[in-house]
Design a protein around this ligand. Structure first.
Ligand SMILES: Nc1ncnc2c1ncn2[C@@H]1O[C@H](COP(=O)(O)OP(=O)(O)O)[C@@H](O)[C@H]1O
Ligand SMILES: [Mg+2]
Length: 198
């Protein structure tokens, strides 16, 4: 009987797509429930690199969770902290980077992403419809921006941010009806295709 590989065995080095010279191997952006954290983890496993998540970075620095930062200091202060976290991660992290859903709202963050892309970096917009995001997130109004009618709020926020996601991203990957693993494989395939000039 052929032994099966361990679930976390290091991937074939050939699994790694061509890499940007500096910074993260790939940056993931998109709305709440698009799968940034989950797909980021799947890519990290495939490539044997770490996932860094700016939501977690902000919470660690602030010593409290994001809803509490919103309550105590407001959205503008959260965005400022988030911008610092993204700038630091773009400079330091050589792995997969997942951004908070609203990180792209900060002009300084958009500039930092543009500089990263100019240096060969890849920013992926994980796209998702309300119908698919709703069951993933629960849309139960526990997230700070979803007070009131969570479905309507999610849809409004997505409509408002979509042009920004499209502007900062070098690649848009639809996630409706696909597992996080399928999305990760699609990202890898598209990076290879882009590197071949396809
Ligand atoms: N492609 C997918 N299909 C189905 N469920 C998904 C998919 N991607 C993520 N999920 C699930 O949706 C929830 C939110 O995913 P998460 O990665 O935390 O999103 P984000 O970080 O973009 O807010 C998690 O429970 C996750 O397991
Ligand atoms: Mg997340």
């Amino acid at each position: 009987m052929t032994p099966r590989p361990a679930p976390h065995a290091a991937p074939d080095p050939g699994a790694l797509p061509p890499l940007p010279a500096h910074g993260p191997l790939v940056v993931l952006c998109g709305p709440m429930g698009s799968g940034k954290t989950t797909v980021g983890r799947a890519l990290g496993r495939r490539w044997s690199v770490d996932l860094r998540d700016t939501d977690a970075d902000v919470e660690r620095r602030a010593g409290t969770d994001i809803p509490e930062i919103f309550r105590a200091h407001g959205e503008a202060e959260f965005r400022r902290l988030e911008h610092e976290a993204v700038a630091a991660a773009l400079a330091e992290h050589r792995g997969v980077l997942a951004l908070g859903g609203g990180a792209v709202l900060h002009p300084g963050t958009r500039e930092a992403l543009a500089a990263y892309v100019a240096g060969g970096g890849v920013v992926v917009f994980l796209d998702v419809s309300l119908e698919h995001a709703a069951p993933r997130v629960g849309l139960d109004a526990s997230r700070p921006l979803l007070q009131g009618d969570p479905r309507q709020r999610w849809a409004d926020i997505m409509a408002e941010r979509r042009p920004t996601y499209e502007a900062v991203a070098t690649l848009r990957v639809p996630t409706d009806g696909r597992t996080a693993g399928e999305v990760a494989r699609e990202i890898e395939r598209r990076l290879r295709a882009a590197a071949r000039g396809a």
